[in-house]
Design a protein around this ligand. Structure first.
Ligand code: THU
Length: 133
C-alpha cells in the first residue's frame, strides 16, 4: 500500500459521505500496521451534534475490529465532493488520534487527485493529552 494508493482510497470514501446539511464530502483511509485499511466518511444528522467525521469513523471501525496499531491516515474532502485544497482533521478527531496513535503517526492531507501533504501527529497536535498522561 503506497501513500498515493491510501490517498486514492480516501478520495473514493468521499463517495459514501452522508452530508445533506453541509454538502461537504469527506473521506478517510486508515492504514493499520498489519497492512489492513479501514475507510470512513462523514455522516451528518438533522440534529447536527451526532455528526461523525470521516477520520473518527475510520478509526472506530478499526478499533471495533480490535485493530490498535496504525501507521497513517489519508484524509480528503471538499464542498460537493470537489477537492479544493487540504481538509485537515478537526480538533475532536485530533483528540481521538491522540488516544490511539503514536506521535510519529502520519496524516496525509490530500490537496488534489495527485498531490498530498504529509504531517506527523505531534506536529498537528503538539503537547497532546493522551493515555500517557
Ligand atoms: N468533517 C470531517 O469529516 N472531518 C473533519 O475533520 C472536519 C469536518 C465533516 C463534518 C461535517 O459533516 C462536515 O465535514 C463539515 O464540517
Amino acid at each position: 500500500m503506497t501513500k498515493t494508493d491510501l490517498c486514492k482510497m480516501a478520495i473514493e470514501a468521499m463517495n459514501s459521505s452522508y452530508s445533506p446539511y453541509s454538502s461537504y464530502k469527506v473521506g478517510a483511509a486508515l492504514l493499520c500496521d498489519d497492512g489492513s485499511v479501514y475507510t470512513g466518511c462523514n455522516i451528518e444528522n438533522a440534529s447536527f451534534t451526532p455528526t461523525i467525521c470521516a477520520e473518527r469513523l475510520a478509526i472506530f471501525k478499526a478499533i471495533s475490529d480490535r485493530k490498535y496499531n496504525f501507521s497513517m491516515i489519508a484524509v480528503a474532502g471538499g464542498k460537493d465532493g470537489k477537492i479544493n485544497g487540504i481538509f485537515p482533521p478537526c480538533g475532536v478527531c485530533r483528540q481521538v488520534i491522540a488516544e490511539f496513535c503514536k506521535p510519529d503517526f502520519e496524516i496525509l492531507l490530500v490537496k488534489s487527485k495527485n498531490e498530498f501533504d504529509t504531517i506527523k501527529f505531534n506536529e498537528l497536535l503538539p503537547y497532546s493529552f493522551s493515555p500517557n498522561n
